[in-house]
Design a protein around this ligand. Structure first.
Ligand SMILES: NC(=O)c1ccc[n+]([C@@H]2O[C@H](COP(=O)([O-])OP(=O)(O)OC[C@H]3O[C@@H](n4cnc5c(N)ncnc54)[C@H](OP(=O)(O)O)[C@@H]3O)[C@@H](O)[C@H]2O)c1
Length: 277
């Protein structure tokens, strides 16, 4: 039985990934915050597939919980695949986002995955295992008023790319998955920096919120598309470094890739100014 650990298993991609891996015959460490009160959400899978899932408490920013989750994995014999999925979006103007909110975004979306992966590296080297980091199209192409989230995902991209080459000689594969917009709890869990009425960004922030709400109401793309891609990646012999998922992600990436850089930047500046006016 191959063994996978998924962070952020309570909702969205993480929740569905756990079920999908169990159904494919994997042993799953479903990790989430407050496992003691919410751990029963995997009871159905546990009954249908006895012995296929173990729920662990893991806030990725909590050093003691990272240590005890890793120790539990090692004591049970090791790990074949780590999926760094847990994250949230901190959005808002750079200047109006507090230092605490900036730091918190990097702690959860970047340092959490780095430190958990670092701790599990010996187990992954031993199994010649894999790391799959869930990034975003905003880790490849940024958007106004998304600087904290985008910066955290750009950081995740740079770290993952380096690790991809660094761990290859050790037989460990590292991949990035870059989804566009999908219907999960992501929008409900967003943190938007408060923008006071007198702020120079008040107009942009109001326009951005209207645009985001309109988009959220329309965005019905089911997360199963991303989940299938991730499971397929974990099971294929060689993982590519990057996998874009979603028409919007491919379109934005295509613009940046195929147009000369200055043309793409000028075009996007005009489009974004229009959206935020
Ligand atoms: N949905 C999209 O459109 C989209 C697009 C691009 C990329 N992504 C990426 O996809 C991944 C999954 O997001 P999702 O769309 O499935 O959103 P989601 O439904 O909000 O799921 C996020 C998960 O992360 C967990 N989490 C947040 N902070 C955590 C922490 N400190 N420690 C442990 N877990 C924590 C949440 O747990 P709690 O229940 O405890 O809050 C939740 O289980 C994220 O990396 C996100 O950036 C999503």
């Amino acid at each position: 039985m191959k063994r996978v650990l998924v962070t952020g298993s309570s909702t969205g991609f993480g929740r569905e990934l756990c079920t999908a891996f169990i159904e494919r015959g994997w042993f799953v460490y479903a990790t989430l915050r407050d496992a003691r009160t919410r751990g029963r959400m995997f009871d159905a899978e546990g009954s249908a597939y006895p012995g296929a899932v173990r729920v662990l408490d893991l806030d990725v920013t909590n050093a003691a919980q990272r240590e005890s989750a890793a120790a539990a994995v090692e004591a049970a014999g090791g790990l074949d695949c780590l999926i760094n999925n847990a994250a949230y979006g901190q959005f808002g103007p750079c200047e109006e986002t507090s230092e605490d909110d900036w730091r918190r975004q990097m702690e959860v979306n970047f340092f959490g995955p780095v430190l958990l992966t670092r701790r599990l590296m010996p187990a992954l080297r031993a199994s010649r295992g894999r790391v799959i980091n869930i990034s975003s199209i905003l880790g490849l192409a940024s958007f106004p008023l998304s600087a904290p989230y985008s910066a955290s995902k750009f950081a995740l991209e740079g770290w993952s790319e380096s690790l991809h080459y660094e761990l290859a000689p050790h037989g460990v594969q590292v991949a990035l998955v870059e989804p566009g917009g999908f219907r999960t709890k992501f929008a409900d869990n967003l943190r938007i920096s408060p923008v006071p009425d007198g702020s120079p960004y008040a107009g942009q922030a109001a326009a951005y919120n209207r645009w985001r709400e309109k988009r959220a109401a329309r965005s019905g793309v089911p997360p199963v598309i991303v989940v299938r891609k991730i499971v397929a990646l974990a099971e294929r012999r060689r993982m590519p470094l990057r996998t874009l998922v979603g028409t919007d992600a491919r379109l934005i990436d295509g613009l940046n890739r195929w147009l000369p850089r200055s043309v793409a930047t000028n075009l996007l500046r005009r489009v974004y100014s229009k959206i935020l006016s």
